[in-house]
Design a protein around this ligand. Sequence first.
Ligand SMILES: Cc1cc2nc3c(=O)[nH]c(=O)nc-3n(C[C@H](O)[C@H](O)[C@H](O)COP(=O)(O)OP(=O)(O)OC[C@H]3O[C@@H](n4cnc5c(N)ncnc54)[C@H](O)[C@@H]3O)c2cc1C
Length: 423
Amino acid sequence: MAGHVRTWDLIVIGGGIVGCAAALYAARMGMSCLIIERDMIGSAQSGRNLGFVRQQARDFRELPLMMASMRIWEGIEADLGRSVGWHQGGNISLAMNETGLAERREWQRRGREEFGLDTRILTAAETFAILPNLSRERSVTGAMYTPSDGKAEPARATRAFFEAALELGVAVCLGEAVRLIETGGGRTVGVWVGGRFYRSDTVICAAGAGSAALLRSVGLDLPQERIRATVARTERSQVLLPQCVSGPSTGIRQDANGAFLLSVAGGEYDVRFDSWRHMRKYADARRGNPEAAKINYLAPLERFWPRRVPAPLADIPPSRDYLPPETKRAQQAQEEFQALFPDIGDVALTTIWAGVIDTLPDMIPALGPVTGVEGLLVATGFSGHGFGPGPMAGMIMANLAAGRPASVDTRAISPDRFQRALN
Ligand SMILES: Cc1cc2nc3c(=O)[nH]c(=O)nc-3n(C[C@H](O)[C@H](O)[C@H](O)COP(=O)(O)OP(=O)(O)OC[C@H]3O[C@@H](n4cnc5c(N)ncnc54)[C@H](O)[C@@H]3O)c2cc1C
């Protein structure tokens, strides 16, 4: 094999929002930095998500991370010098019965008392006042509303971090996957890409659903799984919906051009030959929310079936993964949108796509150093809600890489909480 190419202060694996943000902030701290991305910037989750930047209804263990990230989002366009479709229009989670409202009330109480969040509980009348197009036919009992929540364009935001990083001299290796993180004497020494070795004593693994395979080779057995989720985009509408709305099953966001993005909660778990690996660790998650992932036993065969693939999308970089969207879920999302907002929901779907969520059994990320492998930092497993916290996760990674304090207490989301079997 060829010798090493060059030595970097920092190597970042993964060109999603976390990796690109980490590289930018590290470069601002004066570090020489290389991003290695196996496809294109934003090809995976960061370019394919719904674009909610949401604090409310999060697991309280990751709320401090998200609240700190919100401070970055609020100044993001000025800081990066680029438009990313940022709009702080609030997030509304509708309650369709008293039980749902009570659950939201309990979350709101903790969010306000323990974290000082501006979340409010709305009565039905207040909900209709804020959402004048919401159907009166629907039995809305009330809602949880966080005015400081926002939204942004996923692919544009990810590219904005990347381009700002490039301007500071960050190097990039696109279209090739890191095959192995090399360690020696209990510390990171670099990564292998094909037959080339890139040397660095600090490596950030922000490889989304590709992280677990890389980390296994250094002894961190992260029980990470992959859920395929579908998003649909409608034609543009003249009617404005500034808030992001979570209906009973569907998330709704209007994009910067007036089109609506719709996504049904949950997704498909495509069975693989090694699916047995973490099955038991997900038993509780499956019991707690059986709708979260529909098991697709036919996945190994489906790859060979002809499928009608929707037209390519301008703003979503291609991925080498086989990612067919689920038409039924898109239709379900459209039906719910039309039922909730009959005046504005009557817009045709223009396209649908899928993305693979990198989930962990407790549905919160793994963020921080890997104990026992000095110089290796991990930010992965955001479990379907890492776009919002992505910028701050990147900042934390950069801080740790530079030997500075994380700036947010991440002990509750440390990778250490999973059983480790270090070499
Ligand atoms: C359909 C869908 C809807 C979502 N909606 C929301 C939402 O509304 N709000 C929210 O906050 N979050 C949402 N999320 C989650 C959010 O998109 C992710 O949590 C976030 O983008 C994760 O960013 P990341 O940088 O960690 O990972 P990714 O964006 O997945 O990036 C990881 C990158 O690493 C690369 N990679 C993998 N393996 C290797 C390797 N070996 N070598 C080199 N590169 C590698 C991949 O190609 C990829 O580009 C959604 C996700 C999906 C799929």
